[in-house]
Write a protein that binds this ligand. Sequence first.
Ligand SMILES: [Fe+2]
Length: 298
Amino acid sequence: MRHDLELGYLGVEVPDPATLTPFFAEVVGLVPGEPAADAGTLTWRNDDRAYRLIVEPGAANDATFVGLEAAHAGSFDRVVERLRRAGHEVSSGSAEEAAARRVRRLASAAAPWGVRVEIVEAIESAPVPFASPLMPGGFLTEGVGFGHTVFATTAFDESHAFLVDGLGFSQSDWLEMQVAEGIVLEVRFYHCNARHHTMALARAPFDLPQKLHHVMVEANDFNDVGAAFDRAWATDLALPMGLGLHDNDRMFSFYVASPAGFLVEVGSGARTITEPWTDNRVYDATSVWGHKPMRAGA
Ligand SMILES: [Fe+2]
């Protein structure tokens, strides 16, 4: 595996970005990021980068873009070149677009699952180090990026090819789980650095209301996951999966529904990718224990 990319940021669009503020600040434990160019846009961070999550006002009520940050000198050009060689149209971002994202360089391409993928170099640091009273141990991002994102798509095979052939991700493993009579859920997990998966794709039988299934942030201390679960439990938000341990990445985590509908997974302690990776296997259950449905939304 060549470590060229890390998840830099996620962009979501909701009618009123401020409606997500109590959720990100008081439940998940993120802190506000540096201001965006547009005053209606709010940003959030989970480490020393200027931002990791961009919440724009708009009708989509879904993720609209994902930023992948070049990890090393040469990574940006290598990834752009690889995408073009794989037949994808890559637009070079203007200086204004790069400045708006607080990056040195930006290029973008349309991912088959329906979001814009931005390849960026050198996301600015925030002026003050990350500190969250609700997440005293902080988040694991060094060398592995913001977290991971999981998208559902009917364009599954094209999306797989875009990730693997275009962006250079490698498949970590895949899930084939019978969820009802004759219905098999297929999810494939992909890495681009030591994080077990930075992206995953679920094969959707038809277009779903939201492409973004969930975004995951990884706490350094598993006690911070428990405390976050208590905070989520004290709200009336849906908890589709209570505390549990995933089979494939061995993540101890839970899932809470954001007020916008997409889920946030708060986890800790996942195993990492080691080379040579010999565990690209199929498995048939998401979890070793737990992750049971806890509560429908109010
Ligand atoms: Fe996840």
